[in-house]
Unconditional design. Sequence first.
Length: 413
Amino acid sequence: MKILYFHQYFGTPEGAGGTRSYEVARSLVSGGHQVTMVCASADRSATGLAGAFAGGRRRGKVDGIDVIEFELGYSNRDPVLTRAYKFLRFALQSVWVALSERDYDVVFATSTPLTAGIPGIVAKVLRRKPFVFEVRDLWPELPKAMGMRNPLLLASMAVLERTSYAAADRVIGLAPGIVDGIARTGKAREHIALVPNGCDMGLFSEVEPVHPHKHFPAQIAAGDFAAIFAGAHGRANGLDAAINAAAALARRGRDDIKILLIGRGSEKDRLQARSVELGLTNIAFSDALPKITVAGLIKGSGAGLQLLADIPAFYEGTSPNKFFDYLAAGRPVLINYPGWLARLVSKHGCGIAVPPEDPESLANALMRLADDRAMAERMGVAAAELGRRQFDRAKLARLVEGTLVQAVGPPRN
């Protein structure tokens, strides 16, 4: 197959963003397919292209993937209107690619943002190309749950959501709640596949563990139990939970337990200021780092923190990259909200689930792991086994391939 793949945030492990699309595209290429990836520049991603932009775009090969990159410079620190403008600009430029690329068999578009579906809709309607839409978050349900109240914007999202699902020959959801949400719009369940985020077992098996002390010696001592959060620092991530747990640990005199927050986002400055205001010395902040570097730090840490704001829409409807990175690294997971991931953690004994907005419980869980390193190691072994058995991204990529094959259908004679 010749696959035209749209993902605005595509990135390789050299960058700080998620690499699902990179791993899926590489798997498709290794399976004999041709992949053209259409993406945009972003502050956390490294697309693998290094040449100069010409007319706002550049093109080249990255590990066998034909990459087209638009010069947009997206950042999650951008104001809302700026981000919306860049979403629409990427969608319109992608439409041009969908109409002008001469030879492809199927369009594969992945959100977020929701506007990623627009080139797929256009290719389906105007060029009669099969279209597969991958849904990473439910819109407008999630923005509405987070407090968006603009009726015009919410209505526009709802129309685009339903149009994307209706146009798509197949839809992929990354979490059980996403699959259910797609089905509620009337899409037949036999045309919806659940393919969650996965574990880059190859990457994590190759990197050596690096105790965070080696990168942050001023804040973390060699013998400290270090828990890591690696991801965006936005409103949805609810990282005040980490600050509150650090404050609870400080009150108990547990300075041997450190919390390390790696990443960037709109809330980071406020979180750092709050940490200083509280006089906390047991929490450290780092800018976003390449995924290869982060992988070593996670493997060398004591636990991974899976934190989100207490929003019920998240419970069944998210599939965070970081959760699966913690599994791949063989680290116990501390999760502070209920739902399908918390059930996995409890069922497989690969970490500890605590109630949302309960810093004392999160502090207690950190102390349990720090005080019983043997238990923490057992949980880490269980995490790695779960990652290998159920969430190896190489296996999940084959499910994506199967969905694309179904959309294209049997070859025509």
